[in-house]
Design a protein around this ligand. Structure first.
Ligand code: HEM
Length: 166
């Protein structure tokens, strides 16, 4: 009887140890899965990288400026900038730096602050909307994903007060 009891205790101990090992294994597996999910979450990729880094941003800004020059609602504001090629190039460089610095890239913005840059332009709501439309159109042309476009739209709107009616 004593031996039978000992055997039962031994078997139960084996069973319990086995079960807890399996549980630990399962825990490890699910931990791995959680890590994988966190690593591949889109939010982990900076907006800067989602826009294609320095090169992507440079091409996007060139296209945005060209879209503004072609857009009859706002081109009267941008066409005069071309009369001074040095100023025009500095303006484009500043917008590239602005977008890079503001999205997680390494650039340093060397232009004016937004209200100072837009003072005297008296930009209207309609002009602001036209500019945002141009930007979203260019992002689509560059195959930027919908989530990134939404993020950009949110950021642009957050700066509306710093660029219109000044
Ligand atoms: C959220 C929207 C906007 C942002 C983030 C933005 C950003 C900028 C930046 C970074 C510059 C460069 C400043 C410098 O060179 O020191 C700039 C310049 C300029 N922006 Fe905007 N802008 C916006 C909307 C607009 C709109 C709606 C218009 C007019 C329709 C406009 C017209 C201009 C013009 C004409 C300049 C050149 C000013 C100059 O060099 O004298 N911007 N903008």
């Amino acid at each position: 009887m004593k031996t039978t009891k000992l055997i039962v205790i031994f078997i139960m101990t084996l069973f319990i140890t086995n079960c807890s090992n399996k549980k630990a294994e399962k825990q490890n597996n699910s931990d791995e899965k959680i890590t994988e999910v966190v690593e591949s979450t889109p939010e982990e990729v900076s907006l800067f990288n989602r826009l294609g880094g320095e090169k992507g941003i440079s091409m996007i800004v060139d296209d945005i400026v060209q879209a503004h020059l072609d857009n009859p609602t706002i081109n009267e504001v941008f066409l005069p900038l071309k009369e001074n090629p040095e100023h025009f190039e500095a303006f484009k460089r500043h917008v590239k730096e602005f977008l890079s610095a503001g999205t997680g890239g390494g650039a340093t913005y060397t232009g004016k602050d937004l209200p100072a840059a837009h003072k005297g332009l008296n930009t209207t709501e309609a002009q602001f909307l036209a500019a945002v439309d141009d930007i979203l159109g260019v992002l689509s042309k560059h195959n930027i994903d919908e989530e990134t476009k939404k993020d950009m739209l949110y950021i642009l709107y957050s700066m509306k007060g710093a660029v219109i009616g000044l």
